[in-house]
Design a protein around this ligand. Structure first.
Ligand SMILES: *[C@@H]1O[C@H](CO)[C@@H](O)[C@H](O)[C@H]1NC(C)=O
Ligand SMILES: *[C@@H]1O[C@H](CO)[C@@H](O)[C@H](O)[C@H]1NC(C)=O
Ligand SMILES: *[C@@H]1O[C@H](CO)[C@@H](O)[C@H](O)[C@H]1NC(C)=O
Ligand SMILES: *[C@@H]1O[C@H](CO)[C@@H](O)[C@H](O)[C@H]1NC(C)=O
Ligand SMILES: *[C@@H]1O[C@H](CO)[C@@H](O)[C@H](O)[C@H]1NC(C)=O
Ligand SMILES: *[C@@H]1O[C@H](CO)[C@@H](O)[C@H](O)[C@H]1NC(C)=O
Ligand SMILES: *[C@@H]1O[C@H](CO)[C@@H](O)[C@H](O)[C@H]1NC(C)=O
Length: 806
């Protein structure tokens, strides 16, 4: 069938069959639970089928056997028609169409064809179902990351999946969500920094694990001993975009054609690390491959990256989906190996892709842009380029995931969720609390903040973001928020706004015209006229002003940092629907900011030293190449370092168990010793066993310590403790330092909280050597903590001696 006529048919099917038991929806009662599942006797009867004839609907048979049965009924045409995100199902045997593509980056998103909020301006298509106009929009991920609070990240995932299940029950959404975005922010110009948890691979990985577990885990079915192939899923999350994807469009280098030239060491240490954590520790049920090429090969056609690494090495339980529409891009834009559409389709399936996300609703040249696998799969089979067995394998991965989601049998725990479970007070307050937790105080001369509502009876509000519209505050991948508070509205609740007040708050920053998907920045400055306006306002004000900056990636605001008339600077990210309230709570001291920057804020000069297209993390002084992220760059072009963040109180660290150092002895017998490079002149002779290969070691050794976080200021507050390790200083090419653990704690003024850490030696002291082995080096490493508060710095360091014995 030609793509266009097939598409028409799909549209018809979709409106009638996409919701498995359409009739049960016509209960007329808003508020009443409506639930849908494939294996519903009445559905089969209505279609003239007898359900008991289909073992795939027999809930007492193991999932794998049911899936085998289901695929066994399907003709090859039916199989092929289910390899795209807008899947036909097989109505002949009772399997309805399913739309795979939903998004939930920081709340249910309208992006993609599946999740549909009702439009108040349009009459409702399904009059019997309750309308849902809005969902909870949490702060953007870069904000949440700044909280360094794993509980928050998981809670957000839990709240979103509850709203997702409710929308699914109402026939307005799917069960499979292509979130989170866990690409590391390698370069400050990247347009999608706002969508991500920042520049540190470990922090990004922990974000992924927590968000995914919040989205997926069904209480009581997540622990050890649960069969990962049948473990139920609340919703299915997806870690994207794999791999080495972080150029969108920079001076004509666009993501569709970009070939990321990546050393294997950087691949393991930086680009793949969050994905490995997402799969191994988060047990995510999907990974999405990216548009770009990695060392010449399109990511979605790379068997080593897909079948080899994700599925075999990391043991994915789930499916691999292409970015939408990476397969077409491979043939049309990357023009890889001159592949035809048929050859590209065959190549991705062979490499281990299970599902092709297309752009089915985009019409180009009068035709819908279909996904390639369903459009060209049959031809590929006829030409002998695609094996039916590979299709069966892909479908198995897909239907196993749907089985675990209760798509076939229902999931009683979530069947009663409905519109009343969306935008609940609990979710709205989580969004508000999350937005507050992510605010980062960058500068606060003479404790200008917090403002005192009595003392500062009137404030003057200036700047382009004072009345920032939803699309600025909410960022991207979002739906209509439950509630929307602008900064001005938030501030107005406390104060009188006046033109001639003695305190001015300027709301500036950038927006999605400047940083967004498909658009990287050319500089990291504020717009010139905004800089000029801020300086004018500051100059004209009798007292120092407060500057609130909205942005995802960092901006070079050196001009403001160094200006005594700009007394305080607050980074608010893009804080979501409750953002205006969260900003006001921080400004007036109802919430003491405890966020820390999850990425380095560079000075603009830095970007002139490094092309965005160079992937290497490590510096090359001989080439004038400065290196990237706090782990490798230690030059002067940093405005605010990774981890920077002030507070209204003061925190000091004390090592409570008085460790002056730790010694770890590891038997090297039977271990694989690896060589390391050393800095010139640091060692007389290399040790006989310089480092052990982590893969050959049981990795049971730990280093534990307690640190007391003392609040010696006069406000209660939360503080995020970041723990770094520093590799032995003689080792060449090692990171300057690396985050290995973190914990956010609340401490009352005048008291202290003890935080305990137990670090696994391989995980915390492991480094990736030149040939990409993860090794533990012998010698003296260090554990290092610093509070990130340049106005009241405190740090703790102690050596950890690691030695091997034969
Ligand atoms: C479902 O499978 C079980 C186990 O194989 C079998 O005993 C039962 O008869 C099946 N039910 C139906 C309706 O076929
Ligand atoms: C991809 O290739 C098609 C066909 O040549 C072209 O129409 C389209 O603009 C290209 N897209 C990009 C992003 O370059
Ligand atoms: C809820 O969504 C509707 C439809 O998009 C929008 O018009 C309305 O403003 C939203 N409500 C709030 C409080 O933002
Ligand atoms: C602002 O004005 C109020 C009332 O005029 C005054 O009490 C307060 O001290 C002023 N604050 C500053 C920071 O000048
Ligand atoms: C800066 O210029 C742009 C484009 O002319 C304009 O839209 C914007 O409002 C100006 N911003 C300020 C702060 O003056
Ligand atoms: C940390 O403190 C806890 C509670 O007091 C204690 O049980 C533990 O042994 C301490 N850890 C270390 C490494 O001293
Ligand atoms: C971490 O987040 C959770 C969930 O929002 C919150 O209850 C808790 O107070 C936060 N912890 C700290 C120390 O801020």
């Amino acid at each position: 069938m030609a793509p266009s006529s097939r598409h028409l048919l799909l549209l018809l099917l979709a409106t009638t069959l996409i919701v498995p038991s359409a009739s049960s929806h016509d209960d007329g009662g808003a508020g009443k639970a409506v639930y849908t599942k494939v294996c519903d006797e009445s559905r089969f009867e209505a279609a003239g089928l007898v359900m008991s004839r289909y073992p795939y609907c027999n809930a007492s048979i193991p999932y794998a056997d049911r899936v085998h049965d289901l695929i066994g009924w399907m003709t090859v045409e039916e199989k092929v028609s289910n390899l795209g995100d807008w899947a036909d199902g097989a109505p002949r045997i009772g399997l309805p169409p399913y739309m795979w593509w939903s998004e939930a980056l920081h709340g249910l998103s309208s992006t993609g064809p599946t999740t549909k909020f009702d439009d108040p301006k349009k009459p409702r298509l399904h009059s019997g179902r309750a309308a849902v106009f809005n969902g909870t929009v949490f702060a953007n991920v870069i904000n949440s990351a700044a909280s360094f609070n794993e509980t928050l990240w998981m809670s957000i995932g839990q709240a979103i999946s509850t709203e997702a299940r409710a929308m699914y029950n109402l026939g307005k959404s799917g069960l499979t969500y292509w979130s989170p975005n866990i690409n590391v922010v390698r370069d400050p110009r990247w347009g999608r920094a706002l969508e991500t948890p920042g520049e540190d691979p470990y922090v990004v990985g922990r974000y992924a694990v927590n968000f995914v577990r919040g989205m997926q885990d069904v209480p009581g079915h997540a622990g050890a001993g649960v069969d990962p192939m049948s473990r139920p899923l609340k919703t299915a999350a997806c870690c994207k975009h794999y791999a080495a994807y972080d150029v969108d469009d920079w001076y004509g280098h666009n993501r569709f054609k970009f070939d990321a030239r990546v050393e294997e060491r950087d691949m393991v240490e930086t680009f793949q690390r969050p994905f490995e954590m997402c799969v191994r520790d988060g047990d995510v049920s999907s990974v999405m491959c990216s548009y770009n090429r990695v060392n010449g090969i399109p990511a979605c056609a790379d068997a080593r990256l897909l079948s080899g690494t994700i599925r075999r090495d990391w043991g994915l339980h789930g499916y691999i989906v292409s970015d939408c529409d990476a397969v077409r891009v491979m043939a049309l834009n990357a023009t890889w190996l001159g592949y035809t559409a048929v050859e590209a389709s065959a190549a991705v399936l062979k490499a281990g892709l299970d599902l092709d996300c297309g752009m089915s609703w985009i019409v180009q040249d009068g035709k819908p842009v279909m996904d390639y696998l369903t459009s060209y799969g049959m031809e590929a089979i006829r030409m002998g380029k695609m094996r039916e067995a590979d299709i069966d394998n892909a479908l198995t991965n897909l239907y196993m995931t749907l089985m675990r989601l209760g798509y076939f049998d229902g999931m009683s725990k979530y069947e009663t969720l409905n519109e009343e479970d969306i935008c609940t007070d609990q979710h709205k307050s989580l969004a508000l609390d999350g937005a507050r937790q992510g605010m980062v105080l960058l500068k606060n001369d003479d404790n200008l903040l917090p403002l005192n509502a009595e003392k500062h009876a009137a404030v003057s509000i200036r700047g382009p973001h004072a009345e920032a519209p939803e699309k600025v505050m909410d960022g991207d991948y979002t739906g209509p928020p439950c509630r929307y508070v602008t900064p001005l509205e938030g501030i107005s609740k406390d104060v009188k706004i006046a033109h001639a007040a003695n305190v001015t708050i300027y709301f500036g920053g950038i927006n999605m015209h400047i940083e967004r998907e498909g658009n990287d920045r050319e500089d990291i400055l504020l717009p010139k006229n905004q800089t000029e306006e801020i300086l004018r306002v500051a100059e004209a004000s009798p007292n120092p002003i407060v500057l609130v900056i909205l942005c995802g990636g960092g901006v070079d605001i050196s001009f403001a940092h160094g200006n005594p008339k700009i007394g305080a600077i607050l980074w608010a990210g893009y804080p979501g629907g409750e953002g205006g309230q969260a900003i006001a709570d921080v400004i007036f001291g109802r919430y003491n900011p405890g966020g820390r920057l999850p990425l380095t804020w560079f000075k603009n000069k830095y970007i002139h030293q490094i092309p965005m297209t160079s992937m290497a993390l490590r510096p090359r002084p001989d080439h004038g190449y400065p290196g990237r992220t706090y782990k490798f760059y230690d030059g002067p072009e940093v405005l605010y370092p990774f981890g920077h963040g002030l507070s209204y109180t003061k925190f000091r660290y004390e090592l409570t168990d008085a460790t002056k150092g730790a010694t770890v002895k590891i038997s090297a017998a039977g271990r694989h010793c690896k060589r390391l490079s050393y800095k010139a002149g640091t060692l007389h002779a290399a040790p006989s066993c310089p480092a052990i290969d982590v893969a050959s070691h049981a990795c049971e050794e730990t280093v534990a310590f307690n640190v007391s976080v003392i609040n010696h200021g006069d406000a209660d507050g939360a503080h995020a403790v970041l723990v770094y390790t520093i590799p032995p200083r003689e080792v060449a090419g090692a990171p300057i330092k690396q985050v290995v653990a973190f914990q956010r704690v609340f401490v009352k003024a005048g008291s202290a909280a003890t935080v305990g850490f137990k670090l696994n030696v391989c995980k915390a002291f492991g480094i990736v050597e030149k040939t990409a082995y993860t090794v533990v080096p012998s010698g003296i490493s260090a554990i290092h903590l610093e509070n990130g508060d340049s106005s009241s710095p405190s740090s703790v360091s102690f050596p950890v001696k690691i030695s091997f014995y034969a």
